[in-house]
Each structure stands twice: as C-alpha cells, then as structure tokens.
Design a protein around this ligand. Structure first.
Ligand code: ADP
Ligand code: MG
Length: 621
C-alpha cells in the first residue's frame, strides 16, 4: 500500500489557522490593533478601504521591531510575549499565540514598515500569500505600520462569504470600539474610504465611553466602582430608562480584554431585576480586573472566551456592586442627575471679565426655623441633585445621613414662586410644620398627583408610585428573612376557593408568602386567609389571583418570590380612581422618594413625568 500521510506545508497550516483567527476583515483589525497596544503605542490610526476588502492599515507609535524580528514575526508561533507554558498563566498582553501575523500574511498581501526605537533606520517588508517578496531598509518613524491588502485573495470561498460593506464595516467598528474602550489612555482614530469615523483622544474612562457612544450618553451612565481581594470592577452601567431592545451596548472587559461571559452577563441583568420591562437590555461597560493567574484566556484563538478560577465569587460580588451603583444614582428621572458630568464643563470664555465673587450672608438664617427659611428663600434649590433635595425634604430618618445638609442647598437663595392656587384647581396646602414648606399638591383625574419644584411641574402616577413603595417594602422583608411584622390579622378568616394545584402551590410557598405578609391555612376547598399584608387595599381573593399569576412563569433573572412581590404590590396599591386626601398624597410621595428607584414601578413603567420650567416657559412663547 502506498503511504498517504505527509506533513502539511507551512503555508497550508497557516491558512488553516487563519480560518480560526481571521474570519473577516474585522478580525484582522482586532489582531493588528491589539499588537499595537501590546507594543506600547500612545496613538493608533486605523485606515480601512472598502470595509477592509481592499485595505486595512494600522499605524502605531509603539516600540517597533528590529529587522530580524520584523522578518520573524510572520512565522507561525513566533511571539515575544510568552516563552514557557507557565507564562500562559500570567498573561498581561493581548496576544501570546504568535498566530495572527502568520495567519494574515498567508491569506493577503501584507506590507510591514517598522522602526525600533533604538535603530537609526527602519525596514520595509512585503509578503504575499506567506511568501517574502521584498525587504528593504527605509527611513521611518519609531513604530509600526501594517498594511493588509486584498484580504482572502487566495481563499475565494472566504472572500465570497463576506457580507455587504455596511455589515463588514459594522464589525470593524465593533472591534475598534472594543479595543478603544479598554484603553482610554491611547489616542485612536479610524478612517473609512477617506472619511474619519472616530477620533478618540486620550482621557478618562467616562470620556472614552462618551466618545464611543456619543455625547447624549454622558447623562445615561451610572458609575460603578468596587474592589475586593479577589477582583475589582469599575466602569458604567446605563440608567434603566435608556435600556434598549438589543444587547448592542453591553461590554464586559476582563483585564482590559473584551470577553463574552454568559454567567457574568446574567448577573448584570439580574441586578436590573424589577427595573426593566422584559426584553430590554441595559447598557454596560464594565472593566473587571483579576489576578491573571486565576484566569484562563487560552480557550479559543480569538481569546474572547475566558474561565475564572473564582467564577462564583466574582459573580456574587458583581451583583451588589451594580445594585449599589444603581441605588445611588439611577434613582430617577435623568434630567435631575447631572452628577459627575466631567464632559459638560463649558470651555473658559476668555472674553468674559472676571469679578471677585460677592459674599452674601443671610442674616435672617435660623437653622432651627426650617419653615421661615424655606418659605423665605424658596427652600429647594433647583437643578443639581434635585431628587436628593426632595428626599431630604420628604424622607424619613433613614436618608438623613446621606443627604446634603440643608444649608448646602439653601446657601444661594433663589426666589421660588409657589402659587397658593391655580385657576380651576383646588390646592391642598399641606401646612405641615415638620416638613416646613407649603408646596402645591393636588390630584387630577383621581389618578395623578401634581406637585412642583423649582425645576418644574411633576406628575406622579398614584397607582404606580404606590406599587413601587409596596414592592420595595416587600422585597426588603424577603431579603431580611424577617417574619412579616406588618401583617394584619383578619378578624374572620376568609375562604378562597381554589383548584388543588393552586392550593398546593400556595402551601409549598408558605415560608416566603408569610414573609410577604400573607398567612393562611389549608382548607378542603382551598385556603383560609388569616393575615394579609398590612398595607394596601386589596381583597383576599384578588391578592391570591395576583400571586397565582406567577405560578407558571419562569422569567430569568428575578426570583419567583420577587416576581410575586411585584404582583402583590400591583394588587395592593391604590387604584386609579381613588381620591386621595392631602395627607395620603404627602405620605405617598414621602415614601416614594425614600425608595431606591422611585422613577419606575416594579414592572419598569414610568412613575413620574416632569415638565421642566424651560419647557413650560417655551409653551408661553
Ligand atoms: P502575538 O501577538 O500573539 O505575539 P502576532 O502574530 O500578532 O502574535 O505577532 C507576533 C510578534 O510580532 C509579536 O509577539 C510582537 O513581538 C511582534 N509585533 C507584532 N505587531 C507589532 C507591532 N505593531 N509593534 C511591535 N511589534 C509587533
Ligand atoms: Mg498579536
């Protein structure tokens, strides 16, 4: 029998590897940009012609290569980044497999121009389909420029497989964003067919994120910072109100490498439980840092999959980190949150004459007389931290410690117009000494509470507001494992007739239903309710229906008890059509602004609509 096995040629081996490493122009862009980052570049310019079919060029000002390295870098498994197998567990560079250049060179025409920082001259090398065709010394700046022409010229199947220019370019830009987001200290530009698409100057992480997504995003970002012995995380998550119907704005980086990690993605989604309607995805750009020895990135040639030693620990820590961030900032309507808006600083107007600031002292100020203070000076300062101000005005003890002191927002008095009546509407002045201010507050359509701050007019949906309040109270009880203190004993147990399966479901769920304030006994026809949550206006049968509506659901992310809490809240909350008196409205708003997310009901719907003074004034123009 003739022998049939032989060694594949280097070229064929490289082309096979290229199939994994370089699937489309975007993959080459990624690999070459990562090489530039690894070379310590401060500036990286990407040029693409015809979505990368005709040309992909990456120029960097990194260390460059000496002649022999420049020749060697196209060899398979040629790398400067690791030498032993142990090094695999201490990877700090993007590359390490020494495959990218060999692969790219085997399926394209490549020109490499490079000069090492310590060499006088540079070198220019041309390779076509893996064959060296030209090598010449040449003058060059320190750094490296790799030009890839006619990608897939010798792999027609691949070439024919490419999608439209628009689609391929979308992929190129995605890869560009991933590298750029992880390296905010590097200046990146990208140009397509002579048009500059992005020019991202070095800056802060926030500036980079805003540079990539657009200036509108500045106000949408909630900063996240957390660090423990095991890992640290920083970055941003998006306010729930700006969530999208697709996952396009979700970026997770581990040690500055873009990765896909299903479990961590789920953790982020879980952190948003109760804040988003189903089918909506929040933005996130999160940077995890972990000890490289605890990380395996060598799972796939493209290196976007990873394994952690401590997957579970990291997952467990990520969730509270995001929750805390959201709790602090995502509280509410975005127009009131311009904290940390580093990009919004106006450039200094040099033509303006600068005068010494005037010191104004309010001799009338008496910290113990909150009422006269608030009345005389308008009480609330508008703009920055409006919600914070609201909270301290309305909230109970639990917020006091975190809030700005009253003096802070009282110090530069602005006149506030607090109308005592509005034509056609009865105002209910609250006249409450402890709150210290007369604020218009009334109900329209037996459904919305209208009130005003200096920033504008607020409409609060009473039904949704109450749902949010009840929901958070119930969830606290679930989390604290406390027995339901605020359950109301019924004088006469109420029978709710149920099919057996429903009854059994309730019986099995007894422990957490008790935590939610519902007490009941088994009855041959169903259950007998002996205690109901103290808050709310629901009938027992209606409440049981609400609970059973979650019996068969299994939406991901949020636990069944929490989903039931949301349904119970909906059932218990005051309904539209219920007249509220002044005290009830005030109490509801007090408690709403004590919630972690007052702006949304448990199902992600808006609770508050704000009509800004600006808008109102415009209406009268
Ligand atoms: P890897 O990045 O996995 O090491 P590559 O094939 O991408 O493999 O690159 C091979 C080697 O070529 C790198 O290890 C590096 O030493 C060198 N190299 C590649 N690109 C550059 C660059 N832009 N600047 C300096 N050196 C580079
Ligand atoms: Mg590389």
């Amino acid at each position: 029998m003739p022998e049939v096995i032989h060694q594949l040629s280097e070229l064929v081996a490289n082309q096979i590897a290229a199939g994994e490493v370089v699937q489309r122009p975007a993959s080459a862009v990624k690999e070459l940009m990562e090489n530039a980052v690894d070379a310590g570049a401060k500036r990286i310019d990407v040029r693409v012609v015809d979505a990368g079919r005709t040309l992909i060029q990456i120029a960097d000002d990194g260390v460059g290569m000496v002649r022999n390295d420049a020749l060697r870098c196209f060899d398979r498994h040629a790398t400067s980044k690791i030498s032993t197998a142990e090094d695999l567990f201490a990877i700090v560079s993007k590359g390490f497999r020494g495959e990218a250049l060999a692969s790219i060179a085997s399926i394209a025409h490549v020109e490499l121009k490079t000069r090492h920082a310590e060499e006088a001259d540079g070198v220019r090398i041309q390779i076509k389909g893996g064959q060296l065709t030209d090598e010449l010394p040449c003058p060059a700046e320190t750094g490296t420029t790799v030009s890839v022409k006619n990608l897939f010229f010798n792999v027609p199947a691949r070439r024919n497989f490419l999608k439209s220019d628009a689609v391929e370019m979308r992929h190129v830009i995605d890869e560009f964003h991933r590298v750029a987001l992880a390296h905010e200290g590097i200046h990146f530009t990208i140009q397509h067919n002579q048009t500059e698409l992005f020019n991202l100057k070095p800056g802060t992480q926030r500036q980079r994120v805003v540079g990539v997504f657009g200036s509108k995003y500045d106000e949408r970002l909630v900063p996240i910072v957390e660090s423990t012995d095991v890992f640290s995380v920083e970055g941003f998550v998006g306010k729930p109100a700006f969530a999208r119907r697709s996952r396009g704005e979700q970026f997770l980086f581990v040690n500055q490498r873009f990765v896909r990690h299903h479990a961590l993605n789920r953790v982020v989604m879980e952190a948003y439980a109760g804040l988003l309607p189903p089918g909506q995805f929040p933005l996130y750009v999160l940077f995890l840092t972990v000890d490289p020895s605890r990380l395996d990135v060598n799972i796939h040639p493209t290196k976007t999959e990873i394994k952690f030693d401590e997957d579970r620990t990291i997952q467990a820590l990520l969730m509270p980190a995001i929750r805390r961030g959201l709790g602090k900032y995502a509280v509410a309507p975005s127009i009131d949150f311009d904290q940390e808006s580093s990009l919004n600083i106006q450039p200094l107007d040099t033509s303006r004459t600068v005068s010494v600031p005037e010191v104004r002292v309010n001799k009338e100020y008496n910290p113990f007389n909150v009422k006269s203070e608030a009345m005389g000076q308008g009480g609330l300062r508008p703009g920055r931290g409006q919600i914070d101000a609201w909270k301290s005005l309305y909230s109970d003890e639990k917020f006091k410690s975190e809030e700005p002191k009253k003096e802070e927002w009282n110090e530069s008095p602005l006149p506030e117009v607090v109308p005592s009546s509005i034509d056609g509407f009865e105002l209910s002045p609250r006249g409450d000494e402890s709150v210290g201010e007369v604020r218009p507050m009334f109900q329209i359509q037996k459904r919305y509470i209208v009130t005003a701050t200096q920033s504008g007019m607020w409409l609060v949906d009473q039904h949704r507001a109450h749902q949010r309040v009840i929901y958070e109270a119930l969830v606290v009880r679930l989390e604290s494992n406390a027995s339901a203190v605020s359950s109301q004993q019924l004088l006469f147990p109420e029978l709710v007739v149920l099919p057996l399966v429903d009854r059994d479901f309730l019986l099995e769920s007894t422990p957490w239903l008790n935590q939610l304030g519902l007490y009941f006994q088994k009855h041959e026809d169903g259950i007998e309710i002996t205690g109901m949550p103290a808050e709310g206006e629901s009938q027992s049968a209606e409440l049981v229906d609400a609970i059973l509506s979650e019996k068969d659901s299994n939406s991901s992310g949020i636990s069944r008890p929490e989903r039931v809490a949301a349904q119970m809240a909906r059932s218990l909350a005051v309904k539209p059509g219920r007249v509220l008196n002044a005290e009830e409205m005030e109490d509801l708003l007090n408690r709403l602004f004590g919630c972690s997310t007052p702006s949304l009901d448990p199902f992600g719907k808006a609770v508050i609509a704000i009509f800004e003074m600006k808008e109102i004034a415009q209406r009268f123009n």
